[in-house]
Design a protein. Structure first.
Length: 228
């Protein structure tokens, strides 16, 4: 069952909330689920439950608490604009600090992994070079991949892109990542667009979502997660 915990950022001492779910069955590790710009909505909550059911203790930080505590947006254009404004106000450094606080909380109990979507995918990309203690990361369709492609990547990482994503040119982003970080696998899913991990979206192919999750789990198992 998911509950809410409060953690403290080392950057500024800010106390933020996070959704927390204990592992179901033997604990295999910790997973940080990093949100899209819409906050801890039903899709984030579903992902938290999904990872907990696989045996991971899960934290999903509420990254906009500094400006809008507990923010959850819809999927209308105005919600996108509101979320984007929150990103600019909070800033990437503060959000990475919150992810670091989640790592620090989970790390005493085993290896810690991160998976993120859209904004969260970009943050997992950045965290792979900036956050200490991550065992591996899985970054989905981050809009900032290309802008930050030269940033260091020191944590094992995989990237997922949708072929029909209207926001992210999959082939161009894959080529840029391959040039800067040839060690990072980039998977393009031909039948899906943006947000394809979110079950029920019209541009999400269930087989693509399942394959991406299988690849993510395999990455985590390869880097310390206990096998079921």
């Amino acid at each position: 069952m998911t509950n809410t915990v409060t953690l403290t950022s080392a950057l500024d001492g800010f106390a933020f909330t996070a959704a927390h779910a204990p592992a179901q069955g033997p604990r295999r590790g910790g997973v940080i689920v990093v949100q899209e710009i819409f906050g801890l909505d039903q899709f984030v909550q579903a992902d938290v439950a999904r990872w907990a059911a696989l045996g991971f203790e899960v934290l999903a930080p509420s990254l906009f608490d500094r400006v809008a505590p507990g923010y959850v947006g819809g999927r209308e254009p105005q919600d996108f604009a509101t979320g984007s404004a929150h990103v600019k106000t909070v800033g990437l450094e503060a959000m990475l600090s919150d992810i670091q606080a989640c790592v620090d909380d989970l790390a005493p109990r085993g290896p810690v992994f991160a998976v993120g979507y859209c904004l969260g995918g970009s943050l997992v990309w950045l965290a792979a070079g900036a956050v200490k203690g991550l065992a591996a990361g899985s970054a989905y369709y981050g809009g900032l991949f290309a802008a930050h492609v030269e940033r260091p990547v020191t944590t094992p990482l995989i990237v997922h892109l949708g072929r029909t994503d209207a926001h992210i040119p999959a082939d161009a982003v894959k080529a840029a990542i391959a040039a800067a970080h040839p060690e990072v696998p980039v998977y393009i899913y031909d039948h899906s667009g943006h947000g394809f991990n979110n079950d029920g979206r019209v541009d999400a192919d269930p087989a693509d979502a399942r394959l991406a999750r299988e690849r993510t789990l395999a990455l985590f198992e390869a880097h310390g997660a206990a096998r079921a």
